[in-house]
Structures are given as C-alpha cells and as structure tokens.
Design a binder for this molecule. Structure first.
Ligand code: PAF
Length: 277
C-alpha cells in the first residue's frame, strides 16, 4: 500500500490509470470505523485498484462545529487499510487543497438548503467542492459512499450528473452496531450513558415505519409521534422529515419508498440517521 501525499504524484498516477481497469475510490475524513471498511471491502471486491482518501475538510464545518476536535486516528486507519489490501491512501493537506487565495466553490440549488443544509449552512458547498476536487485528482470509475449521509449522496450524484463527470457513486447500506446505532466517527464523542441511549433513534424510526401500513397518512402525525418519543429519551431534535427520496422534497402524505431522515443532538453530539419507509 502506497501513501500519496503530493497532488502532483496523485495527478501523475491518475492520468496514467489503465483504461481497462476499474478504479474504486472511498473518500473519507479518517477516524475509520466498520462502516468505512465496508465501503472499502466493496470496492476491493469490484474494482482493480482501490484508493482511500483521508482529509478532514475544513470547508464543510461551520464556525461552531467540531473541526478542531474531529478525531484523528491515522495509525489505526493505516493499519486497517493495509490489512484489507488497499492499493493507495491519498493524504493531501489543507494547504494543498485550499492554498492562499483559494476562490472556487461549488453551490447546488435547493437540495442543499433543506435538512442538514438548513441546519448547517455552507456544509454542502464544502462537501461538493472537496469531492469535486478529489474526483478530479483521483479520476475514479466508482466512488463508494454510505447511505448514512443520504443527503450527501443525493447532492453529490446531482453534482456528478450536472457537471457531466463520468465517475458513478455506488450507494452502500448503513452499517449499524448490534443495538441499531448507525456507525459514525462522531459516535466516539458519546459518553457511556449516551451510547446506551443513542440506539433509540433507530428504534423510533422503526416504530414510525411499522405504524405506516400503506394507508394514506399525513407525515406530520407520524413525525410528531417520533419526535415526542425521542424528546422523552433525552434527545434534542434538529429535524425530522419524510421526503421524496430522489428530490428530497418534503412529502405531505407518506408513500412507500419515501425517506425518513432524522438529525438530533444527544448532549453536544449531533447524530443523523435515515431509513426508507
Ligand atoms: O462523508 C464524509 O466523510 C465527507 O463528507 C467526505 C465525503 C469525505 C468529504 O469530505
């Protein structure tokens, strides 16, 4: 496994990929967990070359968010990727990705202004910008992304289509711990007690899904029940929405195939999760 920490080297490598080979790419911010490793395994199974980037992207964090304390676990990440048989780690730094006088940002309309985009203004501009830069540097055939960040996938698929890029996203299912908590690097922030409560998000989502039996139901009824049960468990609601899974537009009456998305705070930690209805 080779670690590439220079953009020049990355460009040289990607401009010489063998046209007959499938290049699999897993963009990450490090602090890898089993969910990331599932993406890597899928790439290793389907692609000829697998490259994982590790870059904690300052542009996608708001002023009061956790950029400075975002977990950094490079030694463990390196070992896990080596054990799996990854070909390359791409490890750029901030000065390379955003040199002084950096001016170019990617903005998408509408779909970045709802859900997490409404709570975290500018977040998806940061995500879209860095992912476009990474895709341009790495030139992957397939990019593996987890459905835990459902809105991120929809935003990035839209960007790739709109900008006529050839890279395709492979959506990978959410990986959960044995109690149902969706894996996330931010779960490391949870105290032991919070860790016991956090799986209630999944339980509340399952309860909502179970209460929908194909009849026509107003989403607000379902969501107020879900929010009530989460507040009782000690969560602070950021949002809960049922949306059309392709457009992310809020739906008034639920249909099978719609997507339930939830963002809550448990103590200081913001947790997100989602599920198909
Ligand atoms: O999902 C993430 O870890 C990040 O948003 C990504 C896609 C690596 C961009 O920084």
């Amino acid at each position: 496994m080779q670690v590439i920490d220079s953009l020049k080297e990355m460009i040289h490598l990607s401009r010489n990929w063998d046209k007959n080979q499938k290049i699999g790419f897993v963009p990450t911010m490090g602090a890898l967990h089993t969910g990331h490793l599932a993406l890597v395994k899928q790439s290793l199974e389907s692609c000829d070359i697998t490259i994982v980037s590790i870059f904690v992207n300052p542009a996608q964090f708001g002023a009061n968010e956790d950029f400075s304390r975002y977990p950094k676990t490079f030694e463990e990440d390196y070992q896990s990727l080596l054990d799996l048989g990854v070909d390359y780690i791409f490890l750029p730094n901030s000065n390379q990705m955003y040199p002084q006088n950096y001016k170019t940002w990617i903005n998408l309309d509408a779909i970045t202004e709802v859900l997490c985009g409404a709570s975290r203004p500018g977040h998806f501009t940061g995500v879209a910008t860095i992912v476009l830069k990474l895709v341009n540097l790495v030139r992957p055939t397939l990019m593996y992304m987890g459905e835990k960040d459902f809105q991120q996938i929809v935003v990035l698929e839209t960007m790739l289509t709109d900008l006529n890029l050839e890279t395709k996203i492979v959506r990978c299912p959410i990986v959960r711990n044995e109690f149902g908590l969706a894996l996330s690097s931010r779960n490391r922030y949870l105290s032991d007690q919070e860790r016991m409560i956090a799986p209630e998000i999944f339980k509340a989502m399952q309860a909502l899904r179970a209460s929908f039996r194909n009849e026509i139901i107003d989403t607000s009824e379902l969501l107020s029940q879900l929010e009530k049960s989460l507040v009782e468990k000690g969560f602070k609601i950021d949002y809960s929405e049922i949306v059309d899974s392709a457009t992310l537009e809020r739906v008034k009456l639920v249909r099978r195939g719609d997507r339930l998305l939830v963002a809550v705070f448990l103590g200081n930690t913001r947790l997100i999760d989602n599920m198909e209805i």
